[in-house]
Design a protein around this ligand. Sequence first.
Ligand code: NAD
Length: 281
Amino acid sequence: MAHATATADVTALDPQSKRTSSIPEVKAKLLEGKRGLVVGIANESSIAWGCARAFRAFGAEVAVTYLNEKARKYVEPLAQELEAPIIMPLDTRIPGQMEAVFEEISKKWGNLDFLVHSIAFSPKEALHGRVVDVPQDGFAATMDVSCWTFIRMAHLAEPLMPKGGTIFTMTYYGSQMVVKNYNIMGVAKAALECAVRYIAAELGPKGIRVHAISPGPLATRAASGIPEFDALLDKARLQAPTRSLVSIDDVGAATAFLAHDAARLITGETLYVDGGYHIID
Ligand SMILES: NC(=O)c1ccc[n+]([C@@H]2O[C@H](COP(=O)([O-])OP(=O)(O)OC[C@H]3O[C@@H](n4cnc5c(N)ncnc54)[C@H](O)[C@@H]3O)[C@@H](O)[C@H]2O)c1
């Protein structure tokens, strides 16, 4: 449990400042001794990178994956920065790769304290059309990568969390409200949030907590696949109660907080890290 106080640099509270400097300033190693897997780092804009960096800054050890050889050169230097003892390829559409990652963790660490699932995908033909027109294969691919992989990763993490743990996934407000251009991904995120609640209920008796984190819009590679994404950013900036956009560090710090033992009775949540945007009409 915590005994020290996190000394996050106060510049973190100033939206005008260079916010990325805040997390490395954290002095209290509130997650020291914990070990976790972060899936979804593509580059230094990835939400998964914000999470991995926050967990590491709070003292946790972090294992990471990269999608394929093309992605490896971007992820490897970030893994080095994290001093990640495990870095492995993981394309969930390649049979066996997911199992191999969890087997390696089991061999090397024996157990796992947290898992961050931060991946989503929808083929262009599916994502860019109306929900009512979506073809079966586009729907299946969207649901497979964006929802089923979370369910499967939770399944593989469960035996590695005999003393409890925390499992996270990333969702978006387009699951709750019709957000222009979010389309079939909104349907997948609604299923994902529902899966979070069921799995939280199923694994809760074992001390395993499960959360969806719902960040406001962030300019990442995945986001670049959504038409008129800049309009979403502008709207968030103007309407969020905080009048600011979130950063990947904001998302990382909130996620890391929920992995702390102090949050042991919080589970099944969808936590908005969006400057309060979701409460505004
Ligand atoms: N960017 C936003 O505005 C925003 C807002 C809310 C939620 N999210 C969610 O956050 C998560 C991370 O996205 P991001 O915005 O950081 O973008 P990103 O492009 O940095 O990350 C997406 C990741 O998904 C991975 N991925 C895609 N298909 C995969 C597969 N078959 N196997 C393994 N990995 C695969 C990519 O390699 C990449 O690392 C996604 O679930 C996204 O829907 C994003």
